[in-house]
Write a new protein. Structure first.
Length: 461
């Protein structure tokens, strides 16, 4: 691609749209589970939703660590491509870069196996975690059954995410999209069989939904590994050639561990936020959940743009084209702000209509409409933060976002939620003002970090 086109909107969109569809498929996976559980009981349906949230909190740290693979693979990919295009260059130079990308991908799989085993150690802690979340007795047993089974599938989820991180680092975002939809397709009949029973397979209820998801993910992982170890991929990246260099694994950990800490702290803080809102009653929680569900849909493209920024910034840095890397980061930020600015207008103008699609209780609709207005206030700043984080991650700058998240999520956001919501009597609205101010602060500081350009001096090896 010509330099004039490098780092533009088109590159971002081409990489981002399959990621959006992949994330939609992942959301559908949870929706399918929830829909099937509705035919079992309301309690079981709520328990699966709670179990999903608990499992994601536990998975998020390990997924973050593994996500460091994308940074290394994208930089080695860019380095290899640039070397291959130089006249008179030794072909072995580009081969060496691609082989290094494959080694880092294999380290990701090693970390995934270790992560899956570590996740099993949380099994004895599940009852305590559900108790700390204030889970009602009617929900505790099915939520425990679902979460326990899903943890056994942790190694499948982590290994799949490792391959996905590798593929995205190379610029292939379509393969994960296809596999994600296949997993959703398989999950439907598996849910029917394991939840309600069929032939010699007994009805398992909530545990059955978890078994179905694990089985679908196992088949998805088999397909990922078939691609990963295919002759075409192996020929370029030597993915079947296992080797180990402690120094390289240390470099990957130095980039990945801060991402893991950042993800689990952010996920945990929003979980505490939701638990706080639950104290104000079912109607407040209903409005809160409806708005959060719509926010989840609205920021999918923002996250996808962030992932595209990681890939492009990483590849251009590997190719020693930092101006194009910088342009890619700013293009991602502008595109994310444009999209989420439109979403802010939609929330402000049509918030009441959206609420009426989900609930017609006047007090729920009134509160939800107000929360949509507040969500609209932080959309652009959320876009700033997400896109800047993705760009910084591509450059290997993951320590600053981690320390920022430690300070902002648990030193600012959570205390502010309690200060404004409880101690100052602001209730749910006060707590949401805490969220607005938190996202504004984080977005501005992450954008400042990117604009300042300190990432240009980072060398991850």
């Amino acid at each position: 691609m010509e330099s004039a086109e490098a780092g533009g909107f088109r590159e971002i969109v081409v990489l981002a749209y399959p990621v959006v569809l992949s994330m939609m498929a992942q959301s559908l996976l949870g929706i399918v589970d929830t829909w099937f559980m509705g035919y079992v009981s309301t309690a079981a349906q709520g328990a699966v939703g709670l179990g999903n949230m608990l499992v994601w909190v536990l998975f998020s740290f390990f997924f973050g660590v593994i996500n460091g693979v994308s940074t290394f693979v994208s930089q080695k990919e860019g380095e290899g491509k640039e070397s291959a295009q130089q006249e008179g260059a030794d072909p072995k130079d580009s081969e060496r870069s691609f082989h290094e990308a494959g080694r880092y991908a294999n380290y990701g799989l090693m970390i995934a196996v270790g992560s899956g085993l570590l996740l099993l150690t949380f099994q004895p802690l599940l009852p305590w975690m559900l108790s700390m979340a204030g889970t009602k007795a009617s929900l505790a047993e099915p939520a425990m059954a679902y979460s326990s089974v899903r943890l056994w599938g942790g190694i499948l989820a982590c290994a799949s995410f490792s391959v996905v991180s590798f593929l995205r680092g190379t610029g292939d975002t379509r393969t994960p999209m296809y596999v994600s939809f296949l997993i959703v397709f398989l999950n439907v009949p598996f849910n029917y069989v394991f939840i309600f029973g069929w032939g010699a397979i007994p009805a398992m209820g909530a545990a059955g939904a978890a078994h179905a998801t694990n089985l679908a993910q196992m088949l998805g992982l088999m397909l990922y590994l078939w691609v990963y170890w295919s002759p075409r991929v192996h020929r370029r990246y030597r993915t079947r050639a296992w080797s180990f260099q402690g120094r390289e694994l240390g470099r990957l950990s130095a980039v990945g561990l801060p991402i893991g800490v950042q993800w689990v702290l952010e996920t945990g803080s929003w979980t505490v936020f939701t638990a706080f809102v639950a104290h104000f009653g079912e109607k407040a929680l209903a409005a809160h959940h409806i708005v959060l569900q719509m926010l989840h849909l609205s920021f999918m493209p923002g996250v996808a743009i962030s992932i595209a920024a990681t890939t492009l910034v990483g590849q251009y840095i590997g190719a020693r084209r930092k101006e194009d890397a910088e342009r890619s980061g700013f293009s991602a930020i502008k595109l994310a702000m444009l999209y989420m600015g439109v979403m802010a207008l939609i929330f402000a103008v049509f918030g009441r209509e959206v609420m009426l699609l989900f609930n017609r209780e006047p007090s729920v609709v009134e509160l939800g409409t107000t929360l949509f207005l507040m969500a609209g206030l932080f959309q652009i700043f959320d876009a700033l933060g997400m896109a800047a984080t993705g760009a910084l991650r591509g450059a290997g700058d993951t320590t600053y976002p981690m320390w920022l998240m430690i300070a902002a999520s648990w030193g600012f956001f959570v205390p502010l939620v309690y200060l404004l919501g409880r101690w100052m009597g602001g209730g749910v609205i006060g707590a949401w003002w805490g969220a607005v101010l938190y996202i504004l602060l984080v977005g501005v500081l992450l954008f400042w970090r990117w604009q300042r350009g300190a990432w240009k001096d980072i060398h991850i090896g």
